[in-house]
Design a protein around this ligand. Sequence first.
Ligand code: SF4
Length: 226
Amino acid sequence: MADPGSALERLRVLHAQIRACTGCRLHVGRTQAVPGAGPSVARVMIVGEAPGATEDSVGRPFVGQAGRLLDTLLEGIGLARGDVYVTNVVKCRPPANRDPEPDEVEACRPYLDRQLALIRPRIVVLLGRHALERLLPGHGPISRVHGQPVIRAGVTYFPIFHPAAALHNRGLLSELEADFRALARYLESGPAPEAPPPSTAPASSAAPVEAGVDTSPPPGHQLRLF
Ligand code: SF4
């Protein structure tokens, strides 16, 4: 039986709470909530906007077209999906893939905060303007600040265009690739010193939170995620 104080077990409990959440109107139209996926202790955490249609159907983040592009970009800098924890600002799909409303982002805020405290990433990759505004409010438009690391309290935030943006505007693909190369250089050169421990018990497990689940992206399309 898993240690109830372990990071893995606490993350499993948090995922279960998210799947049962009715904290905002987005629970009404979802097939299922999409808490996140990846190791319970990860050096790199990736935060997107919201689940799309494929994610809502499968229950895992970034499994559509944008997810496949994300995998390609990660592989290009020597990272596999299993190396990183991936989640979104809101955990349930907005209807017709509209932007999340401010009160929905606010209602979902504690879940992302708890994921950050449990996983304790040293680098948080912010995919697109919603993740940027949620974690670095007022920092500036993504078009101006992408590819430039920002260090806050021992954690490096790395804003990057959302992969879905490059699917809609192929002109952004080269910028997205350049941002990932900048991320790779940053990872190699040594990011910020380790963040102070969270107030809760220290993390003690790095096992995948959804061990045994097929992590290969299924066919299908992610309608909009940026
Ligand atoms: S989006 Fe977040 S707050 Fe809203 S129902 Fe889903 S898990 Fe709960």
